[in-house]
Write a protein that binds this ligand. Sequence first.
Ligand SMILES: [Zn+2]
Length: 148
Amino acid sequence: MLLKPMFMKIPEEVFDNAYKPVKNHMDDNAPYTGCMYETFGQELYYVFMASKSEELGRKVWTIVEGDEGQSYVAGFHYVNRLGFLITEREWPSEEAWVELEDLTCQKYTNYYYCGDCKERWEDIWDCKCDDKCPTCNKAYTPYKSEEI
Ligand SMILES: [Zn+2]
């Protein structure tokens, strides 16, 4: 478990504009619009060496998969890593933790009512979708949805 002492929640676009990930020079078809370095082989070796270097040491980020989605964590880490990024600009702090905000995903509070056991409940989803009654497990469509 990594601590999150310098936490930012921003869209990927904002991160890209702020820190400017460089293209992976070893793989033209790398994920993250050609910028991600893999967690194995030559690319891993390159990133590891970069993280130890004077020139690039403060420009290495680890892409990690967390409970809330993907984050970019300053420095070279092993836990839950998906890949690495190297940016033109240095990270603001060695404790920087950037959680990517998903703007394409509209969120709703959905309100449900179960006709069988008269249960009422609400849940947050990214669509107006069915949910199962917490008591009897039958699926219901929401009678009301509110955008958050
Ligand atoms: Zn029910």
